[in-house]
Design a protein. Structure first.
Length: 124
């Protein structure tokens, strides 16, 4: 699994986002055990403390849970997963709209363009 990290944003925030995406997309299934901090840090080529910080945030968000004897796993709370998924989607939509407005598109022009793209994709 590729960890495409860039130097423009804090590494731990990028780790959180990548792990959130893996959870909400089903790559890490509800209830599935998550590799250890050290293993994940080695895979991502980051400091274990940075990965630990990302795990702590995911735990605060309710996406992962820690059991003393069996380590960390993805929550089985599907509402928590859905909530994060919706927030990630909303953030992407807001970023897209902001970018489109910066290059001069109005709200209606953005909607029209999206409809055209959907039609093309669905061969309507």
């Amino acid at each position: 699994m590729a960890w495409n990290l860039d130097s423009d944003r804090p590494i731990y925030a990028q780790l959180v986002e990548i792990l959130q995406m893996r959870i909400v997309s089903g790559q890490y299934k509800p209830g599935a055990r998550i590799p250890s901090v050290r293993d994940m840090a080695a895979e991502a080529a980051v400091n274990p403390n940075t990965m630990q910080r990302a795990f702590a945030e995911l735990e605060r968000d309710g996406l992962i849970v820690t059991q003393r004897t069996s380590g960390r796993s993805v929550t089985q709370d599907e509402a928590a997963i859905r909530r994060v998924k919706e927030q990630l989607a909303k953030n992407r939509i807001e970023d897209f709209i902001t970018g489109m407005r910066r290059i001069g598109y109005s709200g209606q022009e953005i909607i029209n363009m999206l409809e055209d793209v959907f039609k093309e994709e669905n061969h309507e």
